[in-house]
Design a binder for this molecule. Structure first.
Ligand code: CTP
Length: 387
């Protein structure tokens, strides 16, 4: 995703410095060239050797450690496409805001003319200090505000470093990464609604969040997005609202021919009521009633058999034997990829903002994506398909 880009990570002396090791790995996984500069104080929390190994580059600390004809701060500033200062302490923020250049990091920041992200992390009292807030306001950079919670100093309040995913996503956004430009991506989401009568229906617990995360991600990657969903959604891309599996099939068929990729994240009902009553069904004297259901068409299977160059991705919701069932399903459906998720877990899936999935490819390849927020899962799915 970040091939050809250089991310300059500036680490200052706060306890959240240890988290930046993982952020560096995220950038590396996305193929970025990562350069790291840190203040002397940052080295109290994380070692130079760790940062060097993770970034696979030398780590800058000393300002006058000149190796080329160009002063160090200028060569770092020239090489990088973006600078990410995380964690940014109150001290470094205030120095940058007032133009102080007393170490390599602040000197680079002063010379840097490309996008800068600042992710502050500090004690809540320091965060609330009006002098700090005034200095922050002077910076015309992207500030990713800290989050509230339990702080390492023992206090409860605003000051925790925001999530690494947020920093990563903002980096990608500011680098204007548009790998899906010119591609039409169709995504289905939500559980279908199968009417019984004018007041009752059969549906499922699908929240539509995973499909929405995929659609939002595709849009931010520059794709022409069509979201076919059973949920109420307002977005700047095409949203087609449907209800039943049959409605969804019709909408998918309409969009399919011109699509480059279709992702069926919707939970489509396997059966619908055979005869939908036009009037509200009345209670009878019987203790039991029988609803006759008929099979819905398998949309994913049908489009997979008609494909002409489109990439077709299915989802697979399983409550047991996840991988075994997913392998069977990808063969049965004939799609290119199948995203398998375990719906028996409460901490991921259906109405959660998090997911943990395994991507199965038609050629037998398999990749597990560890538990993370659905936006990150969405990004990783596109990386796998188009990477
Ligand atoms: N799907 C579909 N049409 C259906 C049922 C499912 O297109 N009538 C799609 C879903 O959108 C998903 C994939 O098929 O991408 C797998 O859905 P899932 O519910 O896991 O599997 P089913 O085929 O319904 O099989 P089962 O319920 O027996 O596990």
């Amino acid at each position: 995703m970040l091939s050809g880009k250089t991310v300059l990570v500036g680490i200052t002396g706060g306890i959240a410095a240890y988290k930046i090791c993982e952020l560096i790995r995220m950038y590396k996984r996305a193929n970025a060239n990562v350069r790291v500069v840190c203040t002397q104080n940052a080295l109290n929390f994380v070692t130079k050797l760790t940062l060097q190994n993770l970034s696979q580059n030398e780590v800058g600390v000393e300002e006058f450690d000149i190796k080329e004809f160009k002063p160090e701060h200028i060569s770092y500033a020239d090489e990088a496409d973006i600078m990410v200062i995380a964690p940014a302490t109150a001290n470094t923020i205030s120095k940058i805001a007032t133009g102080v250049c007393d170490n390599l990091l602040t000197s680079i920041a002063c010379a840097f003319t490309k996008p800068v992200i600042i992710a502050p992390a500090m004690n809540c009292g320091m965060w609330d200090n009006p002098i700090l807030q005034e200095n922050l306001n002077k910076l015309h950079y992207t500030i990713l505000e800290p989050e509230s919670g339990f702080l390492a100093c023992g206090y409860e309040g605003k000051g925790r470093l925001c999530s690494l995913e947020k920093i990563f996503d903002k980096t990608v956004e500011l680098l204007d990464y548009k790998p899906l430009t010119g591609k039409k991506i169709v995504i289905t989401s939500g559980g279908t609604i199968e009417n019984i009568d004018p007041v009752r229906y059969i549906s499922n617990y699908s929240s539509g969040k995973m499909g929405l995360a995929l659609a939002d991600t595709a849009k931010s990657f520059g794709a022409d997005v069509v979201l076919i969903t059973t949920k109420e959604v307002s977005r700047k891309y095409d949203v087609i609202k449907v209800k039943s599996a049959l409605d969804m099939k019709e909408a998918v068929e309409k969009e399919f021919e011109t699509a480059d990729c279709i992702i069926m994240a919707a939970a489509v009902a396997d059966y619908r009521v055979k005869e939908i009553s036009s009037q509200k069904m009345k209670k009878t004297a019987d203790d039991e009633i029988t609803l006759k259901l008929v099979k819905n068409p398998d949309i994913l299977k049908e489009i997979s058999s008609q494909k002409q160059g489109q990439i077709i991705v299915g989802f697979c919701a399983e409550s047991e034997n996840l991988i075994e069932n997913a392998k069977e399903k990808i063969a049965k459906k004939g799609c290119d990829y199948l995203i398998a998720n375990d719906i028996s877990r409460k901490d991921i899936g259906f109405s959660s903002d998090y997911n943990e999935v395994t991507i199965l490819a038609k050629n037998g390849g398999m990749k597990k994506l560890e538990r993370v927020d659905k936006m990150t899962i969405a990004r990783q799915i596109f990386e796998e398909i188009y990477g």
